[in-house]
Design a binder for this molecule. Structure first.
Ligand code: NAD
Length: 427
């Protein structure tokens, strides 16, 4: 029987384990294991057919001791308060791991973006801001895109905020289009960030990327750029899986001698769905959605959703797999971490591996505040430096204390946040 996982419980279980390891004071633990502030609200939208539809939405601030809350807004039909709580908490640890002066927050709207017209989507984005505009700002809480939302959504949101406040505040939100306050390199940042970290690990392991193979779950923003950079380094992507909206199921697309990533990109839609018929015509095997996990590859990169690697599916992971790079947030459940640890697979945990996005968002904000914009090379150079530095800190601690990399990342992040909380005199 399969277990149902709650991401918030997963995030708290992970936190509790490390808090115990750190002998964290019980008052501090109680404070850090839940969000500091939660907003739950509704957004009425006049639909194109004249009816009014009410959407439920959230914005949560997990911790702001190290700086303003930072985190995306997820647009998804299965969004719920506990997922947002978990994602907000992971944002706190993520910003602390890469050592940027930001806290953790997250938002969500329960909706199905592909079923909305452009006008309905714009009204939804503007309605979201009308509900929370006095709770956000570059010195308070800075939203960004996440699954289902995009730079256009961010621009509508920024415009609504500026219309209400009557001034220009490009730093209120990140992930905006380039030329409208967005940063060059932001689109690539999360996927590239995963590979900067992987590249440094492979260097330590003295394994050339060109001698490795990988399988990915997801083919959206994170997976596409991770796959692009990984294959540019010479690695071979054997399989990718993604959701098919028309069939309401996922498929895995496989080519044993290596997928042509730009070719797959050319036959995917804006939601990261690969056209099944076109892929088949191009010679890809079309397999069930979960087949990405059972490929004989060196590296697995879950880059879609949470709770994908569980004890139920763990036996399907090939004994050849040596590394897991978590591009998605929370793709591995805590009970499966135990099994991965036992098997000796090296884990590059989510809030380290996918921190490239928020790091570049921070760069976007810095550029907005200066009103001066860097070239793409400069952004990516700074990004690689920040990601590699964070990875080295986590890797060295994991070696020194002989702990799993996720635990090492948590130790670094929780210590930094707890220090900030203590220095402020909050606990
Ligand atoms: P996206 O919406 O661009 O892409 C999501 C991908 O997942 C799509 O290809 C979709 O088809 C696929 N997918 C959905 N359900 C699936 C299923 N059941 N099986 C297989 N594939 C499935 O989203 P994204 O921005 O690439 O984000 C992916 C993950 O990375 C999320 O967990 C997100 O929170 C996390 N993340 C994103 C960023 C960022 O900058 N975009 C930063 C950090 C973390």
């Amino acid at each position: 029987m399969s277990t149902t996982y709650n991401p918030y419980h997963n995030a708290q279980t992970q936190f509790d384990g490390v808090a115990k390891l750190l002998n964290l004071d019980s008052g501090m633990s109680e404070f850090l294991r839940q969000p500091m502030k939660e907003l739950h609200f509704t957004i009425p939208v006049k639909m194109d057919d004249g009816s009014t539809k009410t959407f439920n939405a959230f914005r949560m601030k997990h911790n702001t001791a190290r700086g303003p809350a930072k985190g995306g807004i997820r647009f998804h039909p299965h969004e719920n308060a506990d997922t947002v709580r978990a994602l907000a908490m992971w944002m706190t640890w993520k910003c602390a791991t890469v050592d940027i002066p930001l806290g953790g927050g997250k938002g969500g709207i329960i909706c199905d973006p592909p079923s909305l017209s452009k006008t309905e989507l714009e009204k939804l984005c503007r309605g979201y801001i009308r509900q929370i505009w006095n709770q956000i700002g570059h010195e308070m809480d800075i939203p960004a895109p996440d699954v289902g939302s995009n730079p256009q959504c961010m621009l509508w949101m920024m415009d609504e905020y500026e219309t209400i406040t009557g001034a220009h505040y490009p730093g209120v939100i990140t992930g905006k289009p380039v030329g409208m306050g967005g940063s060059l390199g932001r689109t690539e940042a999360t996927g590239y960030g995963c590979i900067y970290v992987l590249k440094d690990l492979l260097r330590i392991l003295e394994t050339p990327a060109a001698s490795t193979t990988a399988s990915l779950q997801g083919f959206g923003n994170v997976a596409e750029y991770a796959a692009r950079m990984y294959t540019e380094l010479g690695g071979k992507v054997i399989a990718v899986s993604c959701w098919n909206q028309a069939d309401k199921t996922a498929y895995t697309f496989k080519k044993s001698d290596g997928c042509d990533i730009p070719q797959l990109v050319s036959i995917k839609d804006q939601y990261g769905s690969i056209d099944k018929d076109k892929a088949f015509a191009l010679g890809y095997e079309v397999l069930p959605g979960d087949a990405w996990l059972s490929q004989d590859v060196d590296i697995l990169m879950p880059c879609a959703l949470e709770n994908q690697i569980t004890p139920d599916v763990f036996p399907n992971i090939s004994s050849k797999v040596k590394i897991i790079v978590e591009g998605a947030n929370g793709p591995t459940t805590p009970d499966c971490d135990v099994l991965i640890k036992e098997r000796g697979i090296i884990m590059l945990p989510d809030f380290l591996a996918n921190a490239g996005g928020v790091t570049c968002s921070y760069f976007e904000q810095v550029q907005n505040n200066m009103n001066y914009y860097w070239g793409k090379e400069e952004v990516l150079e700074k990004l690689e430096y920040a990601m590699t530095k964070a990875f080295r800190g986590v890797y060295e601690l994991a070696q020194e204390r002989n702990v799993y990399m996720r635990d090492a990342a948590y130790i670094i992040a929780i210590n930094r946040v707890a220090d900030a909380v203590k220095l402020r005199g909050w606990a």
